[in-house]
Design a protein around this ligand. Structure first.
Ligand code: AMP
Ligand code: GLY
Length: 425
């Protein structure tokens, strides 16, 4: 099978690493890929949003399957264009990808199908929104309806802050994306991520994981794309997984099919695990990053048959095999991230980290310039390690991080704290 993988982050390096192990593979192309994917295949200098360029290249090179990592090309209709060109694509159509593009659309779908989620209201005017607030209690959750680069959610501690968030958003803070709002009940509990592969009808579940969204230790500081991850997540028990599949994933897949926009690809459920069971916070139309990297490390079976089956509507009977080992991941980021940061600092000794037991380092924002590896992004390296327990995996990951010579980088020192707390009690 000839595969074209779209994207160039840590998620895509991990997907490339896993795909490259498949005996079915005859050629792997990454557009654009990163320095980590160079030894695994051929990097193609196409931007992930260059839909026409990607379709032409896939046709010219007779790709058997295109695997889409990020959401931007899906939102631009890459899957639809590939389908027209007769090329199999792992990734949802523009319409099915709407599941993450409008929070109000998703909440209505949940209500209609009795999918557990936070109680909510939808508003396009300040007065009714504020009246609804008075029926809720603090903290208040205010969300821009549309995509706002991960910044469209405000958790307000008091009424004044909540009301000003409403005025701000409806006043055009995120343009059309905040012309409508969702106000939600605040959910208590622990967040977890769960991915399921679907062809629009059948479902192949993956395993639960948790990430650390905040930049600093103690889950403090600004939100990031994710500073670390691990799987399994002890809070996400097999019983909870069954409940999530039965009450959240399966009804969503069926509802989207019934609406005439079957979802093909990976459905990423952001969940809150609370006292009264799991509730859906949101969906994404892609693998989470860095959770995907941890999944690829835990997957023992070949990934390609499942990706191909999902893309061609033949997922029935497919499944994954997982190692029971824990895999932990520490993100190394450039100082200043998620704010502004410098580019071009030199990174050395990744191979020393890589040589440690159970360790695999995935590149994200790196560049190869004049024979040197340099940092060119916010999140730069993903250091993963496996072990029989969470403690072993985390210690191995930090031991590997310590081998890497990159003074301009930083990382959190407490990745996995929830898991480790559960392990010792
Ligand atoms: P979202 O973009 O909807 O995933 O929201 C971003 C983050 O805000 C989530 O990852 C949660 O940490 C938090 N969040 C969103 N909705 C709620 C809610 N209803 N209750 C508690 N926290 C929430
Ligand atoms: N790790 C969170 C995300 O991929 O959105």
């Amino acid at each position: 099978m000839k595969i074209l993988l779209i994207g160039g982050g840590g998620r895509e390096h991990a997907l490339a690493w896993k795909i490259a192990q498949s005996p079915l593979l005859t050629g792997l192309y990454c557009a654009p890929g990163n320095p980590g994917t160079v030894p695994l295949g051929t990097n193609v200098p196409l931007k992930d949003t260059d839909v026409e360029g990607i379709v032409s290249f896939a046709m010219q090179e007779n790709m058997d399957l295109v695997v889409v990592g990020p959401e931007a090309p899906l939102a631009l209709g890459l899957a639809d264009r590939l389908e027209k060109a007769g090329i199999a694509c792992f990734g949802p159509s523009q319409e099915a990808a709407q599941i993450e593009a409008s929070k109000g659309y998703l909440k209505d779908l949940c209500q209609e199908h009795d999918i557990p989620t936070a109680a909510y209201g939808r508003f396009d005017a300040a007065a009714p929104a504020k009246a609804f607030l008075s029926t809720m209690s603090a903290p208040y959750v205010i969300k821009a309806d549309g995509l706002a680069a991960g910044k469209g959610v405000v958790i307000a501690e008091d009424l004044a802050e909540a009301e000003s968030a409403i005025d701000d958003m409806l006043g055009g803070r995120f343009g059309a994306a905040s012309a409508e709002l969702v106000i939600e009940e605040f959910l208590e509990g622990e967040e977890a991520s769960f991915f399921a592969i679907t062809d629009g009808t059948h479902i192949v579940p993956m395993v639960g994981s948790q990430d650390h969204k905040r930049a600093l230790d103690g889950d403090k500081g600004p939100n990031t794309g994710g500073m670390g991850a691990y799987s399994p997540a002890p809070v996400f028990t097999p019983e909870i997984q069954q409940e999530v599949i039965a009450r959240i994933i399966a009804p969503t897949v069926k509802a989207l099919s019934d609406r005439g926009s079957p979802y093909c690809g990976v459905l990423y459920a952001g969940l809150m695990i609370g006292a009264d069971g799991p509730k859906l916070i949101e969906y994404n139309a892609r693998f989470g990053d860095p959770e995907c990297q941890v999944m690829m490390r835990r997957m023992q079976s070949d990934i390609l048959p499942v990706l191909m089956a999902a893309a061609t509507g033949k997922l029935a009977g497919q499944e994954f095999v997982w190692t029971p080992e824990t895999v932990a991941l520490v993100v190394m980021a450039t100082q200043g991230y998620p704010g502004s940061y410098a580019k071009g600092s030199v990174i050395k000794d990744i191979e020393k980290a890589q040589a440690r037991d159970g360790v695999e380092v995935f590149h994200a924002g790196t560049s190869q310039t004049d024979g040197q590896l340099t940092a060119s992004g916010g999140r730069v390296l993903n250091v993963t390690a496996g072990g029989a327990t969470g403690r072993i995996a985390v210690d191995r990951a930090y031991d590997a991080v310590a081998q890497i010579d990159w003074p301009e980088g930083f990382y959190r020192r407490d990745i996995g704290w929830r898991m480790l707390q559960r392990e010792t009690t």
